[in-house]
Ligand binder design. Structure first.
Ligand code: NDP
Length: 434
């Protein structure tokens, strides 16, 4: 805390992991003796840079760009770029730290990284977004490459932004290094199934948890927060498995539709027209719009899928979910539950799928995109989706096994942290003190 003052999100992520690792370090003193924990809480590198650009009025704007190259012990740095006004070093470091363990859990050879900018994409024209992303890449290109560091999308960075960044990278570097970014369009090296991967993967993971208690999505009532990439495809897959999703949100408020949210309307409003979720009720008058997001968790449901942002479920919201009968929570977003909220869920015996396991499907398919780029070959949608499904089942199994092996049966927070940690820690030991 002294070395990283004011980095509250980073402290929160580190505390969650370190608490889980107590039984591992007790059983394997080598991790303490070789300074693994001290090394893990220090990123290999944090790069910050100026991003100047010119808006549509001809005014010069300046944002700050970040890339954390957190840990490369099991593969090239891999992790998304976030464009949101809240982005700062603490947010990027917490995300890079989490990403390191998540990527390890996928079973693929990818290290941990993350990046982004405090640029706010809301209300920007295509031209402004393009000029900003080109300026951002003009600095970032120095640090990335298909075998070094492979960024992808995250909040505020979708297919349009990845396209602009890929174009600028190609222009600066020459040649066609398709594997330098993932989340690309299908026509120029993207993978089928990548758009759906995080949302689908989260639902696959929760389905495994439900099955362990003889439950399923079929006939259940689900609340999803957010209405971005992760939320939309979590809703789609939950619907396909027979659930009724009754609510979703954006950063202004949430909609509740007791008949089940019409996903086609949400997709058109958010993906095509880039409008606010409040517009939904104009087309579906039986639905209700509420300003502010906090109360979405007071809607009674069987399954909650937080898919918007960090710390969106606090202790009070967790208590409301439990009072409303929630049986399973799957974190589609990164760190959406506070430490106190997780405690409420675990004490109430709610099935809880932590982010680094439940939302690992996105980066897993990003790694599949890298493989396809290297092979210059494309798998069809079903091949990618089958691989994703298998990966999510494996992550679930490994988390369950690690939790039981270290004395916390059924606690997937502990299980995912331990399973993700051991592979990274053992690789670090093999590489010596670096
Ligand atoms: P998008 O930008 O596509 O969507 C984000 C959604 O969350 C939007 O509905 C947005 O509302 C809402 N939101 C953002 N910030 C806030 C906030 N401060 N308060 C309330 N709502 C907010 O992002 P993604 O769907 O890609 O990402 C969502 C989460 O999932 C993030 O935590 C991300 O790190 C995580 N994640 C994403 C992966 C991916 O593959 N995309 C992979 C793994 C994790 P609005 O439109 O108003 O901004």
């Amino acid at each position: 805390v002294k070395r990283n003052p004011n980095e509250t999100e980073f402290h929160q992520a580190v505390k969650e992991i370190l608490d889980s690792l107590v039984p591992v370090v007790a059983r394997h003193p080598k991790y303490r003796e070789l300074g693994i924990l001290e090394r893990l809480v220090e990123p290999e590198r944090l790069i910050t840079f100026r991003v100047p650009w010119v808006d549509d009025q001809g005014i010069v704007r300046v944002n700050r760009g970040f890339r954390v190259q957190y840990n490369s012990s099991i593969g090239p740095y891999k992790g998304g770029l976030r464009f949101h006004p809240s982005v700062n070093a603490s947010i990027i470091k917490f995300l890079g730290f989490e990403q390191t363990f998540k990527n390890s859990l996928t079973g693929q050879a990818i290290g941990g990284g993350k990046g982004g900018s405090d640029f706010d994409p809301k209300g920007k024209s295509d031209g402004e977004t393009m000029r900003f992303t080109q300026s951002f890449m003009t600095e970032l290109y120095k640090y990335i490459g298909p075998d070094t560091d492979v960024p992808a999308g995250d909040i505020g960075v979708g297919a349009r932004e990845i396209g602009f960044m890929f174009g600028q990278y190609k222009r600066i570097r020459g040649g066609y290094e398709a594997g330098v970014l993932t989340g690309k369009g299908i026509g120029y090296g993207g993978s089928l199934g990548r758009t759906e991967a995080t949302g689908y993967g989260c639902v696959y993971f929760v389905n495994e948890m439900l099955n362990s208690r003889g439950l399923s999505f079929d006939g259940s009532t689900v609340v999803v927060s957010g209405s971005g990439n992760v939320a939309i495809y979590a809703i789609q897959k939950a619907n396909q498995l027979g659930a009724k999703v009754v609510a979703c949100s954006d950063s202004n408020g949430y909609i509740y539709d007791p008949d089940g949210i019409r996903l086609d309307t949400v997709q058109r409003l958010k993906e095509v027209e880039r409008k606010r979720i409040s517009e939904y009720v104009k087309e579906h008058p039986d639905a209700v719009y509420t300003e502010g997001c906090h109360n979405i968790w007071s809607i009674p449901c069987d399954i909650a899928l937080p898919c918007a942002t960090q710390n969106e479920i606090d202790q009070e919201s967790a208590k409301k979910l439990v009072a409303g009968g929630v049986q399973a929570v799957g974190e589609g977003a990164n760190m959406p539950s506070t430490l106190e909220a997780i405690d409420v869920f675990l004490k109430a015996n709610v099935l809880f799928g932590p982010a680094k396991a439940a939302n690992a499907g996105g980066v897993a398919v990003s790694a599949l995109e890298m493989s396809q780029n290297s092979m210059r070959y494309s798998w069809n949608f079903h091949e990618v989706d089958d691989k994703l499904h298998q990966i999510m089942k494996n992550i679930y199994r490994e988390a369950v096994q690690a939790a039981a092996e270290y004395g916390h049966p059924g606690n997937l927070v502990v299980g995912a942290n331990i399973a993700g940690f051991k592979k990274v820690a053992d690789a670090m030991i093999a590489h010596g003190v670096i």
